[in-house]
Ligand binder design. Structure first.
Ligand SMILES: [Zn+2]
Length: 311
């Protein structure tokens, strides 16, 4: 199923405010079908992959990726999402079928499912060097507030994040989207309250998307009388980038002792990708090959360590 989604980047004419805005309806529906999420978890994981897709669009360098991990201590368990600079996003939760009663406002209780006792972690792998790791405490578990807090606390970039997912009575995704509005270093502080008022008076984002409002029109509502330009238009989709070699490498990483035990048990092992449910089987011959690779790797590492000592 094609699940292409649109994203736009807009910048106020004075360069002070940057907006990344996405319609993630198709990606969230694809995610729901893959993970058979409950309504509450369609909203929780849907908001999370939407936020992660936006963060993926902020990446500039080739082969870069961003991982969003939300660990709020609630019944949903841990949520993990990954997006890359090529426009792929994927996500999973420990318990995708958790269903809760609607909250006090009659809405899907995302905060109740995620929990508010923990942290969100953002790992940016720029494709070279050590990955950048940032985190901040979870505020409400509603995710958008938590991302806003993250940017303000951990990256010192004052931001507003909004995320919304609407579901049909049958559970399928009716509309999903999100935005992150950021103050650039030279932002005019008098414009901030104007944009805040625009946002406060807007209908909810998922309502606008459900009504067929275009991303350009929504950007127009956020900026209001503040002039802006659309800088970029792009696409992304829910797509896993796994493959057998990726899991082979992970197995080699377990080390030779572990692999010898697996091989000697004489049974094939099966690994299921948590992001896309693809099954990968390794038979005993393949496990022996991986065992040899693990030995070779350990020997190479030992030789490298010895070289260093000699220097
Ligand atoms: Zn996969």
């Amino acid at each position: 199923m094609d699940n292409k989604c649109r994203v736009i980047t807009a910048l106020s004419k004075d360069g002070g405010f940057r907006l990344l805005l996405v319609d993630s309806t198709n990606a969230v529906e694809k995610m729901r079908q893959l993970h058979i999420t409950s309504k509450t978890m369609t909203a929780a994981l849907g908001r999370s992959i939407t936020a992660c897709a936006i963060m993926g669009k902020m990446l500039k360098s080739e082969k870069s990726s961003v991982t969003l991990r939300i660990d709020g201590g609630g019944p949903a368990g841990r949520i993990v999402c990954v997006a890359d600079c090529e426009g792929n996003v994927r996500g999973c939760a420990d318990n995708p079928d958790v269903e809760l009663e609607p909250n006090d406002q009659g809405k899907l209780d995302v905060g109740g499912a995620v929990g508010n006792n923990g942290s969100i972690y953002i790992v940016k792998d720029l494709g070279f060097g050590e990955p950048y790791v940032g985190y901040s405490p979870i505020v409400s578990g509603e995710i958008a507030e938590d991302i806003t807090e993250y940017y303000t606390v951990s990256e010192q970039t004052p931001s507003v994040c909004a995320l919304g997912v609407r579901v049909f009575p049958d559970g399928s995704c009716k509309a999903a989207g999100g935005y992150i509005l950021q103050l650039m270093p030279d932002a005019n502080e008098f414009i901030t309250p104007i944009l805040q008022a625009n946002i406060d008076y807007m209908p909810s984002l998922s309502q606008l998307i459900a009504d067929g409002t275009s991303l350009e029109e929504i950007a127009g509502m956020i900026f209001g009388l503040v002039e802006f330009n659309i800088l970029e238009e792009g696409e992304f989709e829910y797509r896993c980038t796994c493959g057998k070699e990726k899991y082979a490498k992970a197995l080699v990483g377990l080390g030779s002792d572990e692999l010898r035990n697996m091989r000697d048990e004489g049974q094939p092992i099966e690994i299921v990708c948590q992001f896309c449910n693809t099954k990968y089987e390794f038979n005993t011959e393949e496990l022996d090959e991986l065992y040899q690779r693990a030995i070779a790797r350990a020997e190479a590492a030992a030789a490298a360590a010895e070289d260093e000592e000699e220097e």
